[in-house]
Write a protein that binds this ligand. Sequence first.
Ligand SMILES: CC(C)(COP(=O)(O)OP(=O)(O)OC[C@H]1O[C@@H](n2cnc3c(N)ncnc32)[C@H](O)[C@@H]1OP(=O)(O)O)[C@@H](O)C(=O)NCCC(=O)NCCS
Length: 188
Amino acid sequence: MDRRPPGHPRPDHRAGRLNAVPALPRVRLDGYGEDDLDLERRLNEPEMRAFLSPSESDEKVVARHRKYLGLAVERVGQMFRITSLTTGDVVGSIGYWEREWQGETVYETGWGILPEFWGHGYASAAAVAVVAAAAARGTHLSIHAYPKIAHAASNAVCRKAGFTLLGECDFEYPKGTQIRCNDWSHPL
Ligand SMILES: CC(C)(COP(=O)(O)OP(=O)(O)OC[C@H]1O[C@@H](n2cnc3c(N)ncnc32)[C@H](O)[C@@H]1OP(=O)(O)O)[C@@H](O)C(=O)NCCC(=O)NCCS
């Protein structure tokens, strides 16, 4: 029996959920293949690297692409190409991989959207999708992202994709360099 007093209608939970989720573009994630080396090369351009390590030699990019292909083979993660379902364009990449974090194994995620596609919600949509992909693995309890504190766009992506901000942390990136980041987490 509905015990709400007159004038207090049953809340519309479906509408509430829709309001809570920002409108995002539709994207598809496809597992990385040999053909995605050119995408990796574009993600290595200086404009893409402002909050990351500086652009690397082509040799290192080739090695990173091979390492990314190995994640799936070793079943410790997966890199994806992001395709816009609206335009059909390949707009960037996203992935997840294992990391030891505060005494447990978690997934870490990271993303890159090509500059001509920035500001359309693609990173946020892909982050939502990568959480689902990592959860489907059923292996670890949480997925984390560690954007630099000053990286407004990536911190906004975490928030829009439903991650919870756990706080600031020290983080080694690239190898041998300590940086200050935010630790965002999403349960799986
Ligand atoms: C960070 C990056 C992935 C964002 O991609 P994107 O597809 O443009 O992001 P979205 O469109 O989903 O935007 C997410 C939020 O970031 C905000 N944002 C985008 N660019 C921004 C900028 N330059 N400064 C501040 N906020 C920005 C958007 O406004 C949006 O927030 P809002 O909805 O509250 O307004 C993209 O800029 C990128 O690939 N950069 C280079 C690589 C990189 O830094 N990767 C992340 C490493 S942690």
